[in-house]
Write a new protein. Sequence first.
Length: 276
Amino acid sequence: MGNVALVVMAGGLGSRFGGDKQLAEVGPNGEALLDFAIRDAQVAGVTRTVVVARSDLEDNLRVHLSSHHSADLDLEVVCQDAHGPYRAKPWGTGHAVVVASAVVDGPVVVLNADDFYGQTGVARLIRAMDREPDRAVMLGFALANTLPTKGRVSRGICSVGGDGRLEALAETHGIGWEGSTITSQDPLGELAPSTPVSMNIFGLPRLALDALVSQWEEFHAIHAEDPSVEFLLPEALDAQRQEGLLEVDVLQTDEGWVGLTNREDLEAARALFVDW
């Protein structure tokens, strides 16, 4: 599948991190996490990259990317807040992919700019898309491997059938450690460390992108004046699945995940890349 594009979602505000975590330096040569994702995607055969950002981050992002990647790379930066009604808080990950879908022709691999999914993540998704080009595919990480040492986060909790297909995906909030136990606040409960979770890395066929556009239009018609509600990618894809529009294969992985939620997460990220 030679026409797969990489979509990097880099529009978040980084409120808990206290700055633009998309460009936080973690590598030995000043690389940010998104730089490693872009390189791994190139190795896997991706030839086009789209970075979805905020307008106030665009200039710094372009300077950073030009200093870490070849000028020959087919790379486009699009501003999420320039599409749809402007508001201070971005409209969410689903909207970011809708914005990117206007500048790509075929299927995409979608991931967060401030997460690292292991060196083989993108390649595994592309191989799966080659086998089943009309199905979506996602990496399923063990919940315990995705939690920061401090604070609480949201995760897409997955139910996976015996055939490896996604059967349910529930956005769950306030997940964190209480001693050696993992608990959530919304809904209240205790979660097993091995619970598979979505970390917003998906391989999506064109039909899923087209359906996302329609879902966004319906969402926006209802929530146009809401200052904070988000159009989230995992929830939108699960809605497509429930409506019979999309099948989603889950590739479970034991690879470690590194993400920047809080400032304290920088130490672990930098330790991972110290010898790269």
